[in-house]
Design a protein around this ligand. Structure first.
Ligand SMILES: *Cc1c(COP(=O)(O)O)cnc(C)c1O
Length: 370
């Protein structure tokens, strides 16, 4: 049946008819089923190739006897650890089933039909989805050099704007905003507009003028900073992230939060992971070496890429990326086409283990040979 013929469409809430679902990276199991292959590598969802560290693994194992019980709906211990880690009050912390959940809570709390959200071209795909799902209107600022153009974004803010979304660094481009311009942008926003700074990849960034927006929470009551355990902490499967904000904002977000949105294992693992500096350090170091592996190869192959400070790199393959992606899949290599972001000649590649990166690069070299 054609989607347009769906008789239930007429019954849906505002926004649903125009909604296009998020396209996730292809799971390894699906690829291997489809192509009848094994030993494939997934470099498509910006996961940590090392997975979680030993402290998180132990914390998960220690919770097995709790399987039959509901989780702590208030997430007391995890919120306590996060509050201490960031030097904020516990009432500033909102836990999410992944930080994606927190982004959704923001949309459901502050957006509705007739209001608008602002974000950049090539920004993370969840911002348009969260906006559309609640029937609000997206205002999209043209990018500059693939990154956020804060002046163009500021020009779209009106008295109807309730949320501005900023990923720093951004996915899928890996571009980033320095402290001074970002802070001055936030301070220029009207108090009727929330601003989300999505710091999903913050652990990977070492640029000296890269900001930690959590330090600005005291200055800006309309600021919400989101973090995740899915990337550098290697806990993507458990779905856990959080928002930090003014406690009055957190109180509103928690009104729409599902009572048990973060499961017991996720809470325990996250509380252990945030304190495992050694695992984050090893993950960041591996990423840095892998990033060098890709950029050196791309230079050698004459491929343009978007300089990235994240754990992924988006490369221009110089031709429609769809067929290249298909050929990579046949070779057991899963990367992410970004045509849905308006980048039809690019592929986003997550930095993996050295051997995984080498396989991906060898396949690309073979496929793109003149
Ligand atoms: C991966 C990602 C997230 C969310 O990840 P969760 O798994 O939901 O925590 C948020 N923002 C950006 C920019 C991301 O790339």
């Amino acid at each position: 049946m054609m989607v347009q013929d769906n008789p239930f469409l007429a019954l849906t809430a505002p926004g649903i008819a125009g909604l296009t679902p998020y396209v996730p990276g292809k799971p390894v199991s699906e690829l291997e089923r489809e192509f009848g292959i094994s030993d494939s590598v997934k470099l498509a969802s910006n996961e940590n190739p090392l997975g979680p560290g030993p402290r998180a693994r132990a914390a998960i194992a220690a919770q097995l006897d709790e399987l039959g019980r509901y989780p702590d709906g208030g997430g007391f211990e995890l919120r306590r650890v996060l509050a201490e880690f960031h030097g904020v009050t516990q009432s500033a912390v909102t836990l999410g089933n992944g930080s994606n959940d927190v982004l959704d809570l923001v949309a459901r709390t502050f957006l509705q039909p007739g209001t608008e959200s602002v974000f950049s071209q090539y920004a993370f795909a969840v911002y348009p989805i969260a906006t559309q799902a609640v029937g609000a209107t997206a205002r999209i600022a043209e990018a500059r050099d693939f990154g956020h153009d804060l002046e163009a974004m500021a020009a779209l803010v009106t008295d109807r704007t309730r949320v501005v979304w900023i990923a720093n660094p951004n996915n899928p481009t890996g571009t980033w905003l320095a402290a001074a311009p970002l802070r001055s942008f936030i301070s220029s926003l009207p108090s009727t507009c929330m601003v989300v700074v999505d710091e999903a990849y913050t652990e990977y960034v070492s640029e000296p003028d890269f900001p930690d927006a959590t330090h600005w929470l005291e200055s800006f009551p309309n600021l919400i900073v989101t973090r995740t355990f899915a990337k550098a902490h290697g806990l993507a499967s458990l779905r856990v992230g959080y928002g930090l904000s003014d406690p009055r904002v957190a109180e509103l977000l928690n009104r729409v939060r599902q009572p048990f949105n973060v499961n017991t294992f996720a809470q325990a693992a996250a509380a252990a992971a945030i304190l495992d500096r050694e695992h984050v350090r090893a993950s960041v170091e591996l990423n840095r070496a892998g990033m060098r592996q890709y950029t050196e190869a791309f230079e050698r192959l004459g491929l343009d890429y978007i300089p990235s400070v994240g754990n992924f790199i988006t490369v221009d393959v110089g031709r429609p990326a769809g067929p290249v992606n298909q050929e990579l899949l046949r070779r057991g290599i899963i990367v992410r086409p970004v045509g849905n972001y308006g980048l039809p000649h690019h592929l986003r590649i997550s930095i993996g283990l050295e051997s995984e990166n080498a396989r991906c690069l060898a396949a690309l070299e073979e496929l793109l040979a003149p």
